[in-house]
Design a protein around this ligand. Structure first.
Ligand code: NAD
Length: 352
């Protein structure tokens, strides 16, 4: 099948394939749309079984980045890159150097950053060969943390702001006493728990590993539940912060919360899950809108003359964007995920 006929092609502007035998690198860069600015999107390293699987992933992910950047009010387009290989077994400094050269060869049309299988140290190696490597020095940090290049603090703050906007719209005016169940006590989930605890929320948490859960119980007085029980917990808000497709045919009928607002990518197993959530009277904060704090952080690292305050204010606009989505969703009697897609297309559909 040609790239142009691929089901995920969707008008991609530029798809580039790169092979460097000596460095052991086989990689693809996909640039979906640059109407609003150069494309930004992470580099993922994954043991794809073949190049078709890698192409499918990179096309799907780069399109998602166009929507995310547009909804985050960024002068950026969407792109993504994938490296075919097992990050624990195949990664070498030579490979990262070659990837840096590949990114550079697009002349600034595409900026890369971190994604699964790629660490800040890998990006630093790429950055020796290209100026188009982002996300090597995240700025935002919270409550005594040191900024270390990880965008999770910004993502967590954005999710907190967005969750608060959703609660204000659907339930009440402040977070005091609001019960929130968080699935996943990782980089984002733990920090979200901290923000919520400081705002007076009551927490229920879970993870497949005990360490993060025990920390949340000790530090925030959270109640721990089994991973299988988190969606059916009697709470006001569910915050998926673990993995994708957790709003699915099994979990949706069990949800007792009135709001779903969390960091995980691709939370809905299918777009229709958004319609069903609306039908059940559950307000859904579209994932790629509420979890954009990390990409906003990366943008502010690039523009040079930014400040922590400007970054913070930009992240806080996630709340305004969500409010616009919630109001339009009611006016049009349409699911929030579908309204978000509409607004994104309105924004990136023509050149800035
Ligand atoms: P992470 O890997 O640090 O944390 C995920 C946590 O979820 C881990 O502690 C893991 O053990 C737990 N988990 C996995 N499966 C689980 C299950 N079935 N039940 C309960 N817990 C489970 O990842 P993160 O950086 O905190 O990101 C969380 C989510 O947010 C991911 O979906 C990620 O794609 C998304 N996201 C993250 C960022 C970011 O800046 N880190 C940005 C945008 C989106």
């Amino acid at each position: 099948m040609s790239v142009f006929d691929h089901p995920e092609f969707d008008n991609h502007e530029h798809v580039a394939f790169y092979h460097d035998e000596k460095a052991g690198l086989s990689a693809i860069i996909a640039v979906h749309n640059t109407n609003l600015g150069p494309a930004l999107g992470g580099c993922r390293m994954w043991p794809y079984v073949n190049s078709s699987e890698a192409l499918n992933d990179v096309l799907r992910l780069s399109k998602g980045m166009t929507y995310k950047a547009a909804m985050a009010n960024l002068a950026l387009g969407g792109g993504k890159s994938v490296i075919i290989g097992d990050p624990r077994r195949d990664k070498t400094p030579e490979m990262m150097a070659a990837m840096g050269k590949f990114v550079d060869s697009l002349g600034g049309k595409y900026f890369t950053a971190e994604d699964s299988g790629i660490a800040v140290s890998d990006l630093q190696q790429m950055a020796e060969h290209s100026q188009y490597i982002a996300g090597v020095k995240a700025q935002y940090h919270y409550a005594g943390e040191t900024a270390d290049g990880n965008p999770a603090p910004s993502t967590a703050y954005g999710v907190f702001v967005g969750l608060r906007a959703a609660v204000e719209h659907a339930l009440r005016t402040d977070l005091k006493g609001v019960r929130v169940a968080i699935q996943g006590m990782g980089h984002v989930g733990y920090r979200l728990a901290k923000h919520l605890h400081h705002a007076g929320a009551e927490l229920v948490v879970t993870d497949i590993y005990r360490e993060g859960v025990e920390r949340a119980v000790a530090e925030f007085g959270a109640i721990a539940v089994d991973p299988a029980d988190i969606y059916a917990t009697d709470v006001d808000v569910i915050a998926p912060c673990a993995l994708g497709a957790t709003i699915n045919d099994e979990t949706l009928p069990t949800i007792r919360a009135k709001v779903v607002a969390g960091a995980a990518n691709n939370q809905l197993a299918r777009e229709e899950m958004g319609d069903l959530l609306r039908h059940h009277g559950i307000l859904y904060a579209p994932d790629y809108v509420i979890n954009a704090g990390g990409v906003i952080d990366i943008y502010h690292q690039r523009i040079g003359n930014s400040s922590n305050q400007a970054l913070r204010e930009h992240i806080e606009r996630i709340g305004e964007t969500l409010r616009e989505i919630f109001v339009r969703s009611e006016q049009a009697n349409m699911a929030t995920n579908r309204i978000a897609n509409q607004i994104a297309v309105e924004r990136f559909g023509s050149k800035a």
